[in-house]
Ligand binder design. Structure first.
Ligand SMILES: *[C@@H]1O[C@H](CO)[C@@H](O)[C@H](O)[C@H]1NC(C)=O
Ligand SMILES: *[C@@H]1O[C@H](CO)[C@@H](O)[C@H](O)[C@H]1NC(C)=O
Ligand SMILES: *[C@@H]1O[C@H](CO)[C@@H](O)[C@H](O)[C@H]1NC(C)=O
Ligand SMILES: *[C@@H]1O[C@H](CO)[C@@H](O)[C@H](O)[C@H]1NC(C)=O
Ligand SMILES: *[C@@H]1O[C@H](CO)[C@@H](O)[C@H](O)[C@H]1NC(C)=O
Length: 472
């Protein structure tokens, strides 16, 4: 079942009982005030030395010890070298072996064994090992909490039941009832000091059969504590009949956001960091909504924006009737047109891709003209599959969800379409960093590696991809 089941969970959205009420566009709602706020803040910090120091000071001693690792899952059989990064599997094992007190996991669905496919797929071994390590934690005195999207009738429950039997606490967050979305976030928190955030689901395929990208951060209580507030929000919503508090109690609020990111050192390099969260009703006071984080990373770019995302659609994917939703697409075109920013978008594609994604990507790619100084390029990233691999359901695709610019790295958990920012719970890590040897630069190298690899094809070269993308 796996991703299959996961996507099936989106079905409740598929036709909504009532049409979505018209309301002012979120993006435009906060764009203007946030620019004004940012300006006011900049002026204030320039003239007010104490304020200027505040965000930096709150990192405390934690701000010097943080280690960040870019981690990836490269599907078996792909020839991807230079740079190579530690695997998601290695990062998860290190997180589990470091755990002394607590492991909290925010997740979409669980299929770490290949029970779901009723095959004996050897590449499921890594997922099975992660599950067995997790099952051992409570016996070692480590408290395990799992927040998971409310399973649909079709979603397998074996892993979750095993975790509960082993002593873990599991709460299903009924996002369909709360916001009309799902809990799509993927992050881990260990002992309140280490964390993982990225595209990988708790699915054996996410370790060996699907291309994934994330960040693991170690020894960094100041960031882990802040991400912990997002976890606590899911946890609070995971009890029967929970309602979304409005406003959220004060202890969920944060001072770490787009306007006042935490100033700290990651691997010794200066960085300004924050976590965003979606949808807006899940954001306590001070939390930057994920869409506004994403847009502000685009707006902040001076020279270039590179995007690698599984699906890209200026519309809603799961709400009916479908709505046009140009928030992100508009901002990329604006960056290219108004500021001469070079934009490159690399989307994932597989037989389940929405057919509407392709014409909109071609439309974006059309904004490219030397004389007009417009530089937008679009490619599709195709994961090859042997005959045996292509029989694995819902695998062999790039599930990446990141962006890197000349100023910042954005590592998220959401597809780039309307539903993910309006209804679905997701989160992102935003790291602004200058200079070389940084996480941002590592991410840029990954993007460039994939962009220039033989696995990516120009969106204009329809013959190379038409047979492999979208329904036949
Ligand atoms: C893998 O890629 C490298 C560099 O792109 C190339 O030199 C090598 O021959 C490839 N190996 C295989 C097995 O395709
Ligand atoms: C955290 O830092 C301590 C002290 O430097 C070190 O011994 C430990 O290995 C680090 N933990 C991880 C998981 O990196
Ligand atoms: C805030 O306090 C409540 C009540 O003690 C608790 O249940 C909740 O987990 C806290 N939230 C955070 C983010 O710590
Ligand atoms: C992302 O987009 C794809 C393609 O539209 C879709 O099938 C999938 O449900 C989305 N969700 C995830 C898990 O990325
Ligand atoms: C940070 O340092 C560790 C070694 O301490 C290394 O493994 C990791 O790749 C570095 N991260 C980045 C983004 O360079």
């Amino acid at each position: 079942m796996g991703l299959d089941g996961a996507y099936a969970q989106l079905d409740p959205l598929d036709p909504p009982e009532t049409p979505t009420p018209k309301r002012p566009h979120r993006a435009t709602l906060f764009a203007v005030p946030s620019v004004l706020f940012l300006l006011a803040f900049l002026i204030l910090t320039l003239i007010h030395p104490r304020l200027r120091g505040d965000a930096a000071a709150s990192a405390g001693s934690c701000g010097n010890s943080c280690r960040i690792v870019l981690v990836e899952s490269i599907p078996e059989g792909m020839n991807i070298t230079s740079p190579t990064n530690p695997s998601t599997f290695e990062a998860w094992l290190e997180l589990l072996s470091s755990a002394r007190r607590s492991v909290d996991i925010a997740s979409f669905y669980w299929t770490l064994t290949n029970e779901d496919t009723r095959t004996h797929e050897p590449s499921a071994a890594q997922g099975e090992l992660i599950l067995s390590e997790l099952l051992r934690l409570p016996r070692r005195g480590v408290a395990v909490r799992v927040a998971v999207s409310a399973p649909s009738a079709k979603a397998p429950l074996d892993d979750l039941r095993a975790l509960e039997r082993g002593g873990a606490a599991v709460r299903a967050v009924d996002m369909p009832r709360l916001t009309g979305g799902v809990l799509h976030t993927k992050f881990w928190l260990v002992d309140g000091v280490h964390l993982y955030l990225g595209s990988a689901n708790m699915d054996w395929r996410a370790l060996t059969q699907v291309k994934e990208l994330g960040a693991a951060i170690f020894n960094c209580s100041c960031l882990a504590e802040d991400l912990g507030k997002i976890f606590e929000a899911y946890w609070a919503l995971g009890v029967p009949d929970a309602a979304i508090p409005a406003p959220w109690p004060d202890n969920f609020s944060t001072a770490i956001n787009a306007a006042t990111p935490l100033q700290l050192r990651l691997n010794g390099s200066a960085a300004a960091v924050y976590f965003s969260s979606s949808p807006p009703p899940l954001c306590a006071s001070g939390r930057t909504p994920d869409l506004s984080a994403l847009l502000s990373v685009i707006d902040g770019a001076d020279r270039w924006v590179d995007v690698a995302v599984m699906s890209y659609l200026p519309g809603t994917e799961f709400q009916r009737p479908e709505r046009f939703w140009p928030a992100i697409d508009e901002r990329l075109r604006r960056a290219a047109f108004e500021r001469g920013v070079r934009v490159r978008v690399m989307a994932g594609c597989w037989p389940h891709s929405r057919p509407a994604m392709f014409p909109f990507l071609k439309s974006l790619a059309a904004v490219n003209d030397d004389r007009a100084r417009l530089r937008v390029e679009v490619r599709l990233f195709l994961v090859p599959a042997s005959a045996a691999q292509s029989r694995i359901p819902f695998a062999r695709v790039s599930h990446n969800k990141f962006m890197v610019t000349d100023k910042a790295a954005y590592v998220g958990t959401s597809n780039w379409s309307g539903d993910y920012f309006e209804r679905t719970a997701g989160s992102a890590l935003v790291v602004a960093q200058a200079g070389s040897g940084t996480f941002r630069e590592r991410l840029q190298e990954v993007f460039q590696r994939d962009w220039s690899s033989g696995y990516s094809v120009d969106i204009g070269d329809t013959e190379s991809w038409a047979g492999r993308c979208g329904p036949r």
